[in-house]
Design a protein around this ligand. Sequence first.
Ligand code: SF4
Length: 362
Amino acid sequence: MLSGTELAQAQQLLALIKKKLTGPLSIMEVCGTHTTAISKYGLRPLLEPLRLLSGPGCPVCVTAAVDLDRMIALAGTGAIVATFGDLLRVPGSETSLEQAQAEGADIRIVYSPLDALAIAADNPKRPVVFLGVGFETTAPAMALAVKQARERDLSNFYLYSCLKTVVPALHALLAAPHGLDGLLLPGHVSSVIGRRAQDFVASLYGVPAAVVGFGERDILLGIAAVLRMIEEGTPGVVNAYPHVVREEGNLLAQKLLAEVFDTAAAEWRGFGMIPESGLVLKTEFASHDAALHFDLPHASVLREQDPCRCGDVLRGAISPLDCALFADRCLPLTPLGPCMVSSEGACAAYYRYDRKKGVAPA
Ligand code: SF4
């Protein structure tokens, strides 16, 4: 809840933004948490004709179907599979972790990779696999869990890493035709990688951007900063979240990630393979790598889901409202794609907050 002063500031910002908007512009909120916050605060209809498009910043949503199928296969090996709850109902090619659980697989919801480590310590005779889905924000906790597993000799603990990094995805997004006038960059990821690491958005692609926090006022401040750069023709990458994000980011977290992970090509829903965008365990931690220890299905024998347009939503090519299945065949309880499942998913946010507010499709 905003205080009286904050509310007045937010209203001033809103008025300023509306004054600057002389026609339709498209700004992408890269982060799924921003998508949810923008929908929750009702900013989309308030800011029209500005179009706020969601981007590839929901880690569950960008997880490729092939990885979901491998996770479901892992659950069928007799291993204990530990996961964040968001993944449970995401459909793979044919089934989901939730269905596998209903059919008897031992799948446990945890709140931290360290919870999975505790399960491994309690069950020394059974393999325990933690499903690592996330960006730079959650990756350090997973690195710590793997390090601790090695230090404590918990040889039954494995990580299945679908961890991804945001900078290569921004390159993939901006190197293709995109029609975006500006970006709101993710505050949480930026707290780890720093503002400076994203300078290329403006210097290489000429797109103005702001690193943004998650309150109404934070988001409006970021949008106002981007609009100012558009108006002045001076693209840059502004830090509109300076109390959390530093120029260089969190050096300790970066060191931990570099100690445990290498980068490798990774498959993203909506983007395909992006070079150097995945985090895989370094050779010295290979004994904890589920991808090496278990015999998992090969990508080429699996098919991506057909009807769901999450990939287009994640590239900002369409709004969830443009998907013919939205709020029809695809509902939160019967989702056809991850964007309707994840708490950071654009379709879930639009379903919950925007669908009755007359927000215009993209
Ligand atoms: S509404 Fe459902 S089917 Fe359509 S893009 Fe979103 S998750 Fe996929």
